[in-house]
Ligand binder design. Structure first.
Ligand code: NAI
Length: 703
């Protein structure tokens, strides 16, 4: 093993430096190395104090998350070496000073808190973000932090998991001194004086219990991290610190930590953590594929999406040429962008100066002047194949041959669009989600001719634009919308069968979805769905059931939020209330169509909608339109409001047990008809007692 930890003397101060790139995580060997360094320092009489620091870009950024994954996979592991390190640090007769730069998160902050003092550069950040992985601090963080920073601050940090900047940490008592100049000499100087101080042992000061602060923390966590259990466990552990001696508090923390680590929520969140890294890897496209430089973008269409995409690029500092069909549409588009920036300033997201600079990066245009300078063109005109083909044929003429031509289409065939150009290898789908400047997902749609360089550039560009780029294949609706169709269909079926929209949406909201599917359809516009349905009517199969209620609402002029009426009635502030007409209309339709009434429980609503998503996901995966099941999970979490703590639809299915999901899908198939035909892959994996995760692994191994 490479030297993970080194130590040396600077006069009468020993320096222990962790060197475990990229983030100095507490991987196996690191705690042991620090302990060895500490023993060495204690043995040398000329050493009077110790500095613990991190080499490279950060102090210890946290535990090694792979270790948690190993425990999930049933391997033996644990925090034992870290706990021994914490005890050794605290028991050291010579004062130990943690010198913090970069981030001291999770286990990193816990190690720092077991030291006698902490100094930091002003740019450093500290935090206990464990709840983001469905766990709580397990290295005494819930016991030491309230003793250093007070109960309120510790409750907030441990339950919400947000980072705290050095100055705030100093004010809170977590950091003893800010070092303005170079960190290490500053820390060594501090350590020399530390010998003259009486070390305030973190474990000895006890915070007073405060039931109000605890209740407020539970409330804030329920709101900010709805549905998650770890934040409440973190609060319970911190609360224990306020009434129990240190050792007993630590036992409470360990019990809660173990419970959280064994929970499905932590399995789900750790899966998502690694998933976000996995999706950036495209088999067959390695680091050897050179990416194209993206210095300028041109966007066609300044409507809802084009305007949002212009902001995404401008926010990343990339100059934008924004073209519209005419002056009036251009003015409307620019006015919306200007208003959005003004709102961001009002909400404190951007400073006025930043927003002004970004706005200046967007140049409005009504013709293709300047397009020859663009490295990439994003098309966001109306969803109409003839218009798209015409636009791409024009772009082919006015842009450089090495410019990437990307379409933001959400349903149309990328290959057909590419065929309108003389360079199909330069054509790709860049499917942003609305509002483009807010939603993190970017589906990158590979056509059959799309070149490797264009794919590699798109993946890298996604990162630059602060999006999660996921590569998908070119099928109708790509991955996200293709799966969304059966999910929405099921929600409408449920209403047709006599269930109130608020009951259907309420069940899925309680499941953790950001919004219920019927409210989403109202937001997107029922007319949009109806138009798409008409366009693809010829593909409908006789004998299959299709949702009709949304078409009936459309026919009555109710398009959702934009007309004030859809599955709900909306007031001027777009606040929804129940629309009594919907159930009446559903009743009439059901009677005419001979549909049975079927009052469903919340559990059944969730199963029908979410299993419809999973069944289609299994097809998408088997047909190769998604590279891995985890790609689908990342798409759903970042583009469709699926709760991360459930891991995404495919991981959720794994955790529920594919045999159980499959059995239910078969029951629905028998009861509701052919649209519930089980996906062959789901059936196969269920019969072999396997999982989508295992399927991903076997495919990766075969590749
Ligand atoms: P929109 O109707 O708001 O905007 C389209 C804009 O394109 C209009 O302002 C129109 O004037 C302009 N336009 C039409 N022909 C043009 C031309 N030849 N040159 C320049 N501008 C032209 O539509 P929206 O919602 O922005 O959709 C655009 C594309 O994005 C469509 O392909 C749509 O499927 C896709 N999309 C839409 C999403 C949404 O939630 N609205 C989400 C993801 C993709």
């Amino acid at each position: 093993m490479a030297n993970l930890v080194s130590y040396y003397k600077e006069g009468n101060v020993a320096v222990i430096a962790v060197d475990n790139p990229p983030v100095n995580a507490l991987s196996p060997g690191v705690p042991e190395g620090i302990m060895e360094g500490l023993r060495w320092a204690l043995m040398h009489d000329d050493v009077e104090a110790v500095v613990l620091a991190g080499r490279g870009r950060t102090f210890i950024a946290g535990a090694d998350i792979r270790e948690f994954e190993k425990i999930h996979a049933g391997h033996h592991g644990g925090l034992d070496p870290i706990l021994r390190l914490l005890a050794d640090l605290e028991d050291s007769d010579k004062p130990v000073v943690a010198a913090i730069h970069g981030t001291a998160f999770g286990g990193g902050l816990e190690v720092a808190m077991a030291c006698h003092y902490r100094v930091a550069v002003p740019t450093a950040q500290v935090g206990q973000p464990e709840v983001k992985l469905g766990i709580i601090p397990g290295g005494q963080g819930t016991q030491r932090l309230p003793r250093l920073a007070g109960l309120g601050k510790a409750l907030e940090m441990c339950s919400l998991g947000e980072p705290v900047r050095a100055a705030e940490a100093k004010a809170a008592g977590i950091i003893d001194e800010l070092i303005e100049g170079e960190l290490l000499p500053g820390a060594i100087a501090f350590a020399r004086h530390a010998t003259a101080r009486t070390p305030p042992r973190a474990s000895q000061k006890i915070a007073a219990p405060d039931p109000d602060a605890v209740a407020a923390a539970h409330e804030a966590a329920s709101k900010r991290l709805r549905g998650q259990t770890a934040p409440h466990a973190a609060i319970e552990a911190v609360e224990a610190a306020s009434r129990l001696p240190f050792r007993e508090g630590c036992q409470v923390e360990t019990r809660l930590f173990d419970q959280c680590l064994a929970s499905d929520q932590s399995k789900a969140l750790i899966h998502v953590f690694f998933g976000e890294r996995t999706v950036s890897k495209v088999p067959g496209i390695g680091k050897d594929v050179e990416t194209l430089p993206i210095r300028r973008v041109a966007i066609v269409g300044a409507g809802t999406m084009g305007g949002g995409i212009a902001m995404v690029y401008a926010n990343a500092g990339i100059p934008v040429l924004l073209k519209e069909a005419n002056e009036a549409a251009l003015d409307r588009g620019m006015a919306t962008i200007t208003r959005n920036y003004a709102n961001s300033v009002k909400r404190g997201r951007f400073t006025e100066e930043f927003a002004g600079q970004r706005l200046k990066l967007i140049t409005p245009h009504v013709n293709y002047g300047g397009f020859e300078d663009a490295d990439i063109i994003v098309e966001a005109v109306f969803e109409d194949m003839e218009l798209k083909k015409r636009t791409f044929a024009e772009l082919d003429k006015v842009t450089r041959p090495d410019a990437i031509l990307a379409s933001n289409t959400s349903t149309l065939d990328i290959d057909e669009i590419a065929a309108a150009t003389s360079r199909p290898h330069m054509v790709i789908g860049h499917h942003f989600f609305s509002p483009a400047n807010v939603m993190r997902l970017l589906e990158i749609v590979r056509g059959k001719a799309t070149g490797a360089q264009v794919i590699a550039t798109s993946m890298e560009l996604a990162r630059r634009l602060k999006k999660v780029g996921v590569l998908v294949g070119n099928c109708r609706g790509f991955v996200g919308n293709r799966m969304f169709a059966p999910y929405c269909r099921e929600s409408v079926f449920l209403v047709e069968e006599g269930n109130a929209p608020e009951h259907v949406d309420g069940a899925l909201y309680a499941f953790g979805m950001a919004m219920g599917p019927l409210a989403v359809q109202d937001l997107a516009g029922l007319d949009v769905g109806c138009r798409i349905r008409k366009e693809f009517k010829h593909l409908e199969q006789p004998g299959l059931r299709y949702a009709e209620l949304d078409s009936l609402l459309c026919a009555a002029g109710h398009y959702g939020q934009k007309t004030g009426r859809g599955f709900y009635i909306y007031d001027a502030a777009r606040k929804p209330s129940p629309n009594p007409e919907v159930l009446a209309l559903a009743g009439e339709y059901a009677a005419k169509a001979g549909l049975a009434r079927h009052p469903a429980t919340s559990e059944e609503i969730v199963e029908r909608c979410v299993y419809a998503l999973i069944n289609e996901g299994a097809r998408v995966l088997e047909e190769g339109f998604a590279l891995r099941s985890v790609d689908i999970d990342i798409i759903y979490i970042n583009g469709y409001g699926f709760p991360a703590w459930r891991g995404g639809p495919m991981k959720y299915a794994d955790l529920a047990g594919l045999a159980n999901v499959y059995a239910r899908v078969r029951q629905f198939h028998d009861r509701f008809g052919e649209h519930w035909k089980p996906a062959p892959l789901l059936e196969h994996l269920a019969r072999h007692n396997s999982t989508f995760t295992a399927y991903d692994k076997s495919r990766a191994a075969a590749a």
